[in-house]
Design a protein around this ligand. Sequence first.
Ligand SMILES: NC(=O)c1ccc[n+]([C@@H]2O[C@H](COP(=O)([O-])OP(=O)(O)OC[C@H]3O[C@@H](n4cnc5c(N)ncnc54)[C@H](O)[C@@H]3O)[C@@H](O)[C@H]2O)c1
Length: 320
Amino acid sequence: MPKITVISHEIVKELLPFEQAFAIVEAAFTEFHQRKSQLYPAVREMVPDHHGIFGIKSSYLLEDRCIGLKAGGFWSKNTERQKMNHQSTMLLFDAETGEPVCLLDANYVTIARTAAAGAVAAKHLARKDSSVISVIGSGTQARAQVDGLLRLFPIKEVVVYSRNAESANDFVRQLLDKGMSARYTCSPEEAVRTGDIVVTTTPSFSPIVQTSWIKEGTHINAVGSDTKGKRELLINRPLDKVVCDVWEQCSIMGEVQHGFPRTELYAELGQITSGDKAGREHPKETTLFDATGLSIQDVKTAFHVYKQAKINGLGQTITL
Ligand SMILES: NC(=O)c1ccc[n+]([C@@H]2O[C@H](COP(=O)([O-])OP(=O)(O)OC[C@H]3O[C@@H](n4cnc5c(N)ncnc54)[C@H](O)[C@@H]3O)[C@@H](O)[C@H]2O)c1
């Protein structure tokens, strides 16, 4: 009978400091480019009766001999119930036998691996001297993305625009409490015109940000669009380098689904993290990372948590 390690949200959090998540996710992109992992087709469907989006993402890490899946999605009314809008759970399998080995809460895995992907993309694509982050949205991802970027760049100010001014102001207060300079703006255009790094983190289905607003040298991390129909950007001024996590997924769920031609894609992120293609080459370049969230990020991160839990005797073991 297979034995499964069950790992709670709190333990995942304890075992996944940002620096660790960053290194794991950067390696996951490189390994994918080097064909050391495989992505299986993702499922992403609307659940209109309950204002939800349900998805299953799975992949196979060849060297770790691990297959994993994450099931869950985004329920937009959950905030009213004091629950997170994002809800997900993961299951890992031994690739040799197909037996399940680990069941874990994946809400924190999603937060950590998405913040890490944004930070990895910015490390390679943003100007090293980026000093202003402009963030669109003020929810879970906005906070995690900013937290990651603050660790990498000499940030002097964070500018927050969100549809929900109360939540935006709460986020600003949180940043001020940490000693950061931060402010709310009611104009997305003003936010975008100010930023060296612009991060979009809303579940919007129509553009909030126009690329004609950005200044020379700006990098955009587009994080919110991860479903068919979602859209935060209007690309009405061409960007020098557009990078996807992976084209096949982004062309269905990401910003580039809205008519951006494959021929104009500069690279997938793994080509850059592996050193096969250059990241930023000039201070004036404008760059975009279209992030839809890959299963390899989830599974590589969860596999690390599973290994650490085993080493440290954490989690509960159950027999099926
Ligand atoms: N790319 C990825 O890997 C990845 C990973 C996780 C989440 N996501 C996506 O990121 C988005 C945000 O997720 P979250 O967990 O932070 O959600 P959240 O509900 O915690 O936050 C969403 C924020 O966006 C704001 N907002 C909503 N519509 C807006 C609009 N039209 N204009 C301005 N602000 C608006 C809300 O007020 C809120 O502050 C979702 O679309 C989610 O599916 C992507």
